[in-house]
Design a protein around this ligand. Structure first.
Ligand SMILES: [Zn+2]
Length: 143
Protein backbone atom coordinates (compact mmCIF):
# COMPACT_ATOMS: atom_id res chain seq x y z
CA UNK A 1 0.00 0.00 0.00
CA UNK A 2 2.80 2.39 0.78
CA UNK A 3 4.33 1.73 -2.63
CA UNK A 4 2.07 4.47 -3.98
CA UNK A 5 3.81 7.65 -5.04
CA UNK A 6 3.26 10.55 -2.66
CA UNK A 7 0.24 12.39 -4.05
CA UNK A 8 -3.01 14.03 -3.03
CA UNK A 9 -5.00 11.30 -4.75
CA UNK A 10 -3.16 8.55 -2.85
CA UNK A 11 -3.73 10.51 0.39
CA UNK A 12 -7.45 10.65 -0.45
CA UNK A 13 -7.52 6.92 -1.25
CA UNK A 14 -5.94 6.13 2.12
CA UNK A 15 -8.49 8.36 3.84
CA UNK A 16 -11.35 6.50 2.19
CA UNK A 17 -9.93 3.36 3.76
CA UNK A 18 -9.87 5.05 7.16
CA UNK A 19 -6.12 5.61 7.20
CA UNK A 20 -4.48 8.93 7.88
CA UNK A 21 -1.10 8.90 6.17
CA UNK A 22 1.59 11.51 6.14
CA UNK A 23 5.00 11.67 4.54
CA UNK A 24 8.28 11.48 6.42
CA UNK A 25 11.49 12.95 5.10
CA UNK A 26 14.21 10.29 5.09
CA UNK A 27 16.87 13.02 5.38
CA UNK A 28 15.63 15.15 8.28
CA UNK A 29 12.76 13.06 9.70
CA UNK A 30 10.16 15.85 9.37
CA UNK A 31 6.56 14.64 8.97
CA UNK A 32 3.81 16.31 6.94
CA UNK A 33 0.07 15.73 6.78
CA UNK A 34 -1.22 15.94 4.09
CA UNK A 35 1.92 14.39 2.63
CA UNK A 36 4.41 16.37 0.61
CA UNK A 37 6.49 14.97 -2.21
CA UNK A 38 9.41 17.25 -1.33
CA UNK A 39 10.53 18.28 2.14
CA UNK A 40 9.88 22.00 2.76
CA UNK A 41 12.52 21.99 5.50
CA UNK A 42 15.58 20.47 3.81
CA UNK A 43 14.35 20.41 0.18
CA UNK A 44 15.17 16.73 -0.35
CA UNK A 45 12.70 14.58 -2.26
CA UNK A 46 13.25 11.30 -0.39
CA UNK A 47 9.81 11.14 1.23
CA UNK A 48 8.14 7.99 2.51
CA UNK A 49 4.60 7.27 3.60
CA UNK A 50 4.15 7.16 7.35
CA UNK A 51 0.91 6.18 9.07
CA UNK A 52 -0.56 8.48 11.71
CA UNK A 53 -2.31 7.07 14.78
CA UNK A 54 -5.35 9.26 14.11
CA UNK A 55 -5.40 10.87 17.53
CA UNK A 56 -4.69 14.44 18.50
CA UNK A 57 -5.99 17.56 20.18
CA UNK A 58 -7.93 20.58 19.04
CA UNK A 59 -5.83 23.68 18.42
CA UNK A 60 -8.33 25.96 16.68
CA UNK A 61 -11.73 25.75 15.02
CA UNK A 62 -14.51 27.63 13.32
CA UNK A 63 -18.13 26.75 12.60
CA UNK A 64 -19.09 27.44 9.00
CA UNK A 65 -22.71 28.18 8.14
CA UNK A 66 -22.22 29.11 4.49
CA UNK A 67 -19.85 26.61 2.94
CA UNK A 68 -18.82 25.49 -0.53
CA UNK A 69 -21.33 23.69 -2.79
CA UNK A 70 -20.11 20.19 -1.85
CA UNK A 71 -20.83 20.91 1.83
CA UNK A 72 -24.22 22.48 1.11
CA UNK A 73 -25.06 19.33 -0.89
CA UNK A 74 -24.42 17.31 2.28
CA UNK A 75 -26.97 19.34 4.23
CA UNK A 76 -24.71 21.84 5.96
CA UNK A 77 -26.27 25.30 6.12
CA UNK A 78 -27.18 28.12 8.54
CA UNK A 79 -29.17 25.69 10.71
CA UNK A 80 -26.53 22.97 10.49
CA UNK A 81 -23.05 24.51 10.39
CA UNK A 82 -20.02 22.28 10.12
CA UNK A 83 -16.86 22.54 12.17
CA UNK A 84 -13.52 23.04 10.46
CA UNK A 85 -10.49 22.74 12.71
CA UNK A 86 -6.74 22.57 13.08
CA UNK A 87 -5.69 19.47 14.99
CA UNK A 88 -2.28 18.75 16.42
CA UNK A 89 -1.70 15.06 15.87
CA UNK A 90 -0.02 13.06 18.62
CA UNK A 91 2.93 12.61 16.22
CA UNK A 92 3.33 16.38 16.00
CA UNK A 93 2.07 17.52 12.58
CA UNK A 94 -0.92 19.84 12.40
CA UNK A 95 -3.72 18.98 10.03
CA UNK A 96 -6.83 20.79 8.85
CA UNK A 97 -9.82 18.54 9.43
CA UNK A 98 -13.55 18.54 10.02
CA UNK A 99 -14.96 17.68 13.42
CA UNK A 100 -18.21 15.78 13.75
CA UNK A 101 -20.01 14.94 16.96
CA UNK A 102 -19.85 18.46 18.37
CA UNK A 103 -22.72 20.94 18.67
CA UNK A 104 -21.89 23.49 16.01
CA UNK A 105 -24.87 25.59 17.06
CA UNK A 106 -23.20 26.00 20.46
CA UNK A 107 -19.54 26.52 19.58
CA UNK A 108 -18.91 27.80 23.12
CA UNK A 109 -19.08 24.12 24.17
CA UNK A 110 -16.26 23.08 21.83
CA UNK A 111 -13.06 23.21 23.85
CA UNK A 112 -9.58 23.99 22.65
CA UNK A 113 -7.32 21.14 23.70
CA UNK A 114 -10.04 18.49 23.60
CA UNK A 115 -8.87 15.01 22.57
CA UNK A 116 -9.99 13.91 19.12
CA UNK A 117 -9.84 10.68 17.17
CA UNK A 118 -10.02 10.02 13.43
CA UNK A 119 -13.51 8.96 12.43
CA UNK A 120 -13.39 8.66 8.70
CA UNK A 121 -16.63 7.86 6.95
CA UNK A 122 -16.19 6.27 3.55
CA UNK A 123 -19.16 8.28 2.31
CA UNK A 124 -17.88 11.55 3.69
CA UNK A 125 -15.76 12.50 0.73
CA UNK A 126 -17.42 12.50 -2.65
CA UNK A 127 -15.46 12.91 -5.83
CA UNK A 128 -16.38 16.59 -5.89
CA UNK A 129 -14.94 17.31 -2.45
CA UNK A 130 -11.29 17.73 -1.49
CA UNK A 131 -9.96 14.99 0.77
CA UNK A 132 -10.54 16.06 4.35
CA UNK A 133 -9.86 14.04 7.48
CA UNK A 134 -12.80 13.82 9.87
CA UNK A 135 -12.36 13.63 13.64
CA UNK A 136 -14.74 13.21 16.57
CA UNK A 137 -14.24 13.84 20.27
CA UNK A 138 -12.49 10.90 21.93
CA UNK A 139 -14.79 8.80 24.10
CA UNK A 140 -11.93 8.31 26.49
CA UNK A 141 -11.01 11.93 26.84
CA UNK A 142 -10.19 12.82 30.44
CA UNK A 143 -11.56 16.34 30.01
ZN1 LIG B 1 13.71 17.01 5.18
Amino acid sequence: MTDHAISDSAFAAFLKQGQLQGSRCAACDAVFVPPRGMCPQCHKADMQWTPMSGTGRLLAFTCIAIGPPWMAARGYDREHPYCSAVIELDEGPRVVARIEGVDTNRPENIRIGMQLVLHQDANAAGDDAPACPIFTPSLYSAD
